[in-house]
Design a protein around this ligand. Structure first.
Ligand code: PMP
Length: 363
């Protein structure tokens, strides 16, 4: 039974039943084993590689299975060590900290990468690689990665897209054009500890994990075949749905309207730009967001401050880059729903937030 009060899907998601089924039915044997069960594991592994290549519209050889988005991002940025790279101020720490000397691509107040700044940067500084995520984990703001990719193609710069928050929520169409694509299974109903990196033939191979011939010698280590099978099963469920209709932002919008009506002083972030349908980020009145989380948690609701991945667990560097005042940074709440979350679930959260605010005022 899914918990209807779980609103931290951008942090992680429960295993989808199709993923669980795929995990349990996959062979546990080593895909390098020279016996029938080993061959079956190898066959499933390569089948999964082909299916992911179909989704990403690339060659199977361009798909590398990894442990998650953190590893994939590190692999790409380390590959460009010694070269000039540019990363947006919105990037996850696994990009920013892997490239401490990178140029920083500015963002607008709505949390969207500034394309004019990118154009200037490509012309003047000529970075060899630009890294821009597809959708931001904190605000949900969709990034102009297609436009950034086109600019990079025109300037002969490689383009890396961290699509950890995009895959499974938005259709993968056109993402195949990116030179490097990062994905993480546990963000879309797959298991934790498995993900993928697309490395385009023009830029590969990368060799970041030595010690074995696996994954085209790019990443040594016994392949996590059940995890990979489960990841593909979950991704295919969402891709199938997304091929016919996008997921709806209606329930999230109803939540924001309800909160805004009851608490006009709440400030919603990044509402001036297209966002992930499941994400809402907003500034609440005092006390701090940590105290808010404790109060909402007592009522059973699970949400976050939106910056669990920030360096040192402190205030969000992404929101600071967007120009949010320092005092607001400690009052930010992030709500991110699952695919199954209903409008009633969202409205129950809105009502609990209203009641919590009333009780706080009365204290
Ligand atoms: N990139 C983004 C955009 C993310 O949201 C996350 C998870 N918070 C990561 C990378 C890291 O993912 P993983 O847990 O798979 O290492």
């Amino acid at each position: 039974m899914l918990n209807p009060k779980y609103f931290d899907a951008n942090a992680t998601t429960p295993l989808h039943p199709a993923a669980r089924e795929a995990w349990l039915s996959a062979p546990w044997h080593n895909a390098s084993g020279l016996y029938a069960d080993g061959a079956a594991a190898r066959e499933l592994l390569e089948d999964c590689r082909g299916r992911l290549a179909d989704i990403l519209v690339c060659e199977p050889e361009e798909v590398v299975f990894v442990s998650g988005a953190t590893e994939a991002n590190n692999a790409v940025l380390h590959h460009f060590e010694g070269k000039l790279v540019a990363v947006s101020a919105l990037e996850h720490p696994s990009v920013r900290e892997a490239a401490p000397d990178a140029l920083t691509l500015a963002v607008t107040a709505d949390g969207v990468a500034d394309l004019d700044a990118l154009r200037d940067m490509l012309e003047q500084e000529k970075p060899a690689l630009v890294s821009l995520m597809a959708a931001n984990n904190e605000t949900g703001a969709l990034q102009p990665w297609r436009e950034a990719l086109a600019l990079c193609c025109g300037a002969d710069a490689a383009f890396h897209c961290d699509a950890a928050q995009w895959m499974g929520k938005m259709h993968a169409a056109l993402i195949q054009e990116c030179d490097f694509i990062t994905g993480s299974a546990h963000k879309f109903g797959g298991p934790k500890g498995v993900g993928f990196l697309k490395v385009s033939a023009a830029h590969g191979p990368l060799r970041w994990m030595r010690g074995g011939p696996q994954e085209g010698r790019q990443r040594g280590g016994t392949e996590n075949v059940p995890g990979i099978a489960a990841m593909l099963a979950a991704l295919e469920v969402h891709e199938e749905q997304l091929a016919t209709a996008p997921y709806s932002s209606g329930p999230r919008d109803a939540f924001e309207n309800a909160v805004a009506r009851a608490m006009p002083d709440v400030q919603f972030i990044a509402t001036g730009t297209p966002r992930l349908w499941n994400t809402s980020l907003f500034i609440v009145p005092p006390p701090t967001n940590v105290k808010w989380l404790a109060r909402l948690s007592r009522a059973g609701f699970q949400l976050s401050t939106g910056s669990a991945c920030s360096r040192g667990g402190g205030a969000s560097e992404v929101l600071a880059a967007m120009g949010l005042p320092v005092d607001a940074l400690t009052r930010v709440l992030r709500v991110s729903s699952l695919w199954e979350t209903t409008e009633d679930d969202w409205l129950a959260l809105a009502e609990t937030i209203r009641v919590t605010a009333e009780m706080t005022k009365a204290e």
